[in-house]
Design a protein. Structure first.
Length: 260
């Protein structure tokens, strides 16, 4: 059982890891039962959400929770501490049964950490890979690669701005599933850039962004402005995560695209 005595960073890490373990066990069992992908997706979302929310309510009863799978509690707007979680990021990939590009996101936002509040502790589990990355201990900054920079984009669609930036700067492209998997690919040094436009929700990126920041990566909106969390509107239109030495050129290429 996860103990209330854990630090916030330890709690985020344990909770992400243990949720991932439960999801792997569930998927293996459902695959043996020849369950449909849709059933697997629904079952995974429900199991992960309930385990995370029940645990947080038990060990941090005074904190608010914003979860993709739960109703939005507007009390979080005035709360000092808010857990922003995506119990199963990449539900479609989870339901396919043989993919590992799905994730569990656990992040803590604290009002006292900045003028708009800030993400202070977070973890992203990649259960299919047996990895959990956290803000503490922070991942080692990924080494600068001597290669054509790689940009990771969605499996289903490439935002026009991402395609334009890649063309202008000569980047190669890679496709992956969940936002957590894409961001952690940058953290791990497997790719160099994740540029997203077309919208996500706060829970899609809160934990990945916190871990990426801890690893020394550039994180921002695609216009260079800060990513702000625990806003009343949970929608976040775009984001950029990349190796710091690439950020200025990417942001300029975005400006070039938006002027056209």
């Amino acid at each position: 059982m996860i103990a209330a005595s854990l630090t916030d960073a330890e709690l985020a890490t344990r909770l992400a890891h243990e949720t991932g373990v439960k999801l792997v066990e569930l998927r293996e069992r459902l695959l043996q039962e020849d369950a449909s992908p849709w059933y697997m997706m629904d079952a995974g979302d429900a199991l992960a959400h309930r385990f995370i929310v029940d645990t947080l309510h038990r060990v941090r009863p005074d904190d608010a929770v914003l979860s993709e799978e739960g109703a939005d509690d507007v009390r979080r707007i005035s709360a000092d501490r808010v857990w922003i979680v995506d119990p199963l990021d990449g539900t479609s990939e989870f339901g396919e049964g043989d993919r590992d590009d799905w994730a569990v996101h656990i992040a803590l936002w604290q009002r006292s950490a900045g003028s708009h509040g800030e993400l202070t502790d977070a973890a992203v589990a990649l259960p299919g890979l047996g990895l959990t990355l956290s803000t503490s201990p922070a991942p080692q900054p990924p080494a600068r690669q001597e290669r054509t920079p790689l940009m990771v984009v969605s499996r289903s669609r490439t935002p026009a701005v991402a395609a334009a930036v890649a063309q202008e700067l000569g980047f190669d492209g890679v496709r992956l599933g969940s936002a957590g998997a894409k961001t952690m690919a940058v953290v791990l040094g497997n790719v160099d850039v994740y540029l997203h436009a077309g919208g996500q929700y706060q829970w899609d990126s809160a934990a990945p962004i916190a871990v990426a920041r801890a690893a020394g990566l550039h994180t921002s909106r695609i216009d260079g402005s800060p990513l702000v969390y625990n806003e009343r509107d949970t929608w976040l239109p775009d984001l950029l995560v990349c190796q710091p030495h690439l950020a200025d050129d990417i942001l300029q290429a975005v400006r070039n695209f938006t002027r056209n």
